[in-house]
Write a protein that binds this ligand. Structure first.
Ligand code: ADP
Length: 251
C-alpha cells in the first residue's frame, strides 16, 4: 500500500506540474484574448465585433476551467461554513455554456439545510471535476441529477451532508472503475489529464469525508458519485470515520 509520505510527495509533485500546466495554457489564452479584443475595437463591422466578443467570453470560460481544475496546490485555504448546494451551484455555473448547447438536462434536488465547515474553494473544485466528468460521459438526451441531503453517518450517527451527482452517461467498465482515482489515469486521450478525480480524492480525504462511485454499463447505464461530509469536515477529527482508510472508499 502507498504510504502517506509517498502520497504527499506525489501530491507535491503533481501540484507543481499542474501549476505549470495551467500557466502554459493560460499564457497563450491571454494572448489570443488580447488579439480578439484588438479586432473587436478595430472594426466597425457589428457582426465581427459580436463574434469577437463571444470568442473572448468562451476563452474566459476555458481559462476559468483550467485555473479551477488544475490549481490545487495553494498554500492557504480559506475555511468557513458552507452550504453544499451553494458550492454545487457555483461549480455548475462554469459549465453553463456547455449545458445550453449539449442537449443534456440538469435536475437539481437540493434539500440540505446544514452547513459544512470546510474549504469552500477546494470542495467547489471537487464538484467541478465530478460534474465535468458527468458532462463528458453523457450524450444528448441524457440527464444529470444533483442532489443534496442532510444525512447522518450510517454507522456513527454523526450529522453531515450527502451530495450526489448522478448521470445517465456511458458508465464505466470494471477496469476503469478500479483505476479512476489514479493520477494520470484517463480514457479521454489528449482531452483528459487524469488528475481530476485523483485531486478530488485527496481533497475529500483531507476533509474526512467519503466518496463512493457506482457505475454500470449497458441498457440503463450511468454513474453515481456520492460524497458524504461530516459537518465539521476540517475542524474536528473523526477517527472512526477516517480510519483505517485515509483514502476515500470506492465501491
Ligand atoms: P479526466 O477527466 O481528465 O480523464 P479524471 O481523473 O477526472 O480525469 O477521470 C478519470 C477517468 O474516470 C475518466 O477518463 C473517465 O474514464 C472516468 N470517469 C470519471 N467520471 C466518469 C463518469 N461520470 N462516467 C464515466 N466515466 C467516468
Amino acid at each position: 500500500a502507498e504510504t502517506a509520505l509517498i502520497r504527499s510527495e506525489k501530491l507535491a509533485l503533481v501540484g507543481r506540474l499542474a501549476a505549470s500546466i495551467s500557466h502554459e495554457i493560460n499564457n497563450p489564452l491571454e494572448a489570443v484574448t488580447n488579439l480578439l479584443y484588438l479586432i473587436e475595437n478595430n472594426t466597425k463591422d457589428a457582426t465581427a465585433r459580436n463574434f469577437s466578443r463571444t470568442a473572448q467570453d468562451e476563452l474566459a470560460r476555458v481559462s476559468h476551467i483550467v485555473t479551477h481544475t488544475l490549481r490545487f496546490n495553494r498554500q492557504t485555504v480559506a475555511l468557513g461554513e458552507q452550504k453544499m448546494s451553494g458550492l454545487l451551484e457555483s461549480s455548475v455555473a462554469i459549465y453553463e455554456g456547455r449545458l445550453k448547447n449539449s442537449g443534456v438536462s440538469l435536475d437539481r434536488d437540493y434539500a440540505d439545510t446544514s452547513r459544512v465547515f470546510c474549504s469552500g474553494s477546494e470542495i467547489r473544485q471537487v464538484f467541478a471535476n465530478v460534474v465535468g466528468n458527468s458532462f463528458d460521459a453523457t450524450k444528448t438526451g441524457g440527464r444529470l441529477v444533483l442532489r443534496t441531503r442532510d444525512q447522518r453517518h450510517w454507522r456513527t450517527g454523526q450529522p453531515g451532508v450527502r451530495v450526489t451527482i448522478a448521470d445517465t452517461g456511458h458508465g464505466m467498465p470494471e477496469e476503469v472503475r478500479r483505476r479512476l482515482f489514479e493520477p494520470f489515469f484517463t480514457t479521454k486521450g489528449d482531452n483528459g489529464t487524469g488528475l481530476g478525480l485523483w485531486v478530488s480524492r485527496e481533497i475529500i480525504a483531507k476533509h474526512h469525508s467519503r466518496m463512493r462511485v457506482k457505475s454500470r454499463q449497458g441498457d440503463r447505464s450511468g454513474t453515481v458519485f456520492s460524497i458524504w461530509f461530516p459537518l465539521n469536515a476540517v475542524a474536528q477529527r473523526t477517527p472512526e470515520i477516517i480510519e483505517p482508510h485515509t483514502h476515500a472508499v470506492v465501491h
